[in-house]
Write a protein that binds this ligand. Structure first.
Ligand code: G1P
Length: 301
């Protein structure tokens, strides 16, 4: 069984829900406590043994590439000032030369199309996909757990969680089959079904281990839900030839593609951090007693 060495991060989305912030900053660079959302997702990939990061970017996303590059002037200044801790932090987070690649999705044609854009960089080996909208908090990362299931079940693996049965139309939904390892075999999947058509309430929560044959299917560029080329539709076709398993992730997941999820992630990661936890709790308690809501002109949900 081939090791999962490469991970694809589709980061081309416009982030309209976070306008005006995302007018000049990619949504993946918005900060949770003190690091950008994308850093959490890359950390999760590295913890799972990923060696090569592949970013599928778009226009106005150049700052993501800069973020993963060395900033010589900054690092020299930190060294001169004796800021060893900060310097070490930057060095630890820095991908080694040649282990991060960037390609552009030239048009917003859907997640399936974004993943297909990485085909030459991935080549003929299994790979992971991590959607940076979702960040996870757990002692063991979601992708690391999925790799363990992959070592037992082989084939393809996706992470799942249970959603409100009334909200299946927001996600890719999978059908539940027999148990395998910590997860289950998938029987059928559908992108954004109405509750009445959903095979279960297990939704795909944004982490995938896929075999390279998915690229031949995505190559056909067939459109599905929302008139987009859907990864879920491609996976359903691949499921006719290969096994798909689901890992129900037991950690916390935050949907940083929504305002509430993003704020919740900030609170949760602040509470997780022993250096700031107590102060943050005090601040939240005080705010809950004093802040009253006002109406705000807002980007749509
Ligand atoms: C995408 C996938 C969907 C998955 C979701 C998780 O949808 O197509 O299957 O459940 O991510 O966030 P999107 O959120 O891009 O509409």
């Amino acid at each position: 069984m081939k090791k999962v060495r490469k991970a694809v991060f589709p980061v081309a989305g416009l982030g309209t829900r976070f306008l005006p912030a995302t007018k000049a900053i990619p949504k993946e660079m918005l900060t949770v406590v003190d690091r950008p959302v994308i850093q959490y997702v890359v950390d999760e990939a590295r913890e799972a043994g990923i060696e090569h990061l592949i970013f599928v970017t778009g226009r106005n996303k150049g700052v993501i590439e800069d973020y993963f590059d060395i900033q010589y002037e900054l690092q020299n200044t930190l060294a001169e000032r004796g800021k060893t801790m900060e310097l070490t932090l930057l060095e630890d987070l820095q991908p080694r030369a040649g282990t991060a690649s960037f390609t552009r999705q030239q048009a917003p044609l859907g997640l399936g199309h974004a993943v297909w854009c990485a085909r030459d960089l991935v080549g003929n080996e299994p790979f992971a996909v991590l959607l940076p909208d979702m960040i996870m908090q757990a002692q063991k990362g979601c992708l690391a757990e999925m790799v363990e299931l992959y070592e037992i079940a082989g084939g393809n693996v996706v992470s799942v969680e249970q959603c409100d049965p009334a909200e299946t139309n927001k996600y890719g939904i999978v059908g539940k089959g027999e148990t395998v390892g910590n997860g289950f075999k998938i029987e059928g999947m559908v992108e954004k079904p109405k509750p009445a058509d959903a095979p279960s309430n297990f939704y795909i929560s944004g982490r995938y281990i896929l075999q390279p044959e998915i690229f031949q299917i995505l190559e056909m560029q067939e459109k599905g839900a929302g008139n987009e080329i859907q990864l879920t539709d491609g996976m359903l076709k691949l499921a006719a030839q290969q096994s798909f398993s689901a890992l129900p992730f037991s950690g916390r997941t935050f949907d940083c593609g929504t305002k509430e999820g993003f704020i919740e992630a900030n609170v949760a990661f602040a509470l997780w951090r022993s250096d700031i936890r107590d102060k943050v709790i005090g601040n939240i308690e005080r705010l809950l007693e004093t802040v009253e809501p006002v109406s705000v002109r807002n980007a749509a949900e």
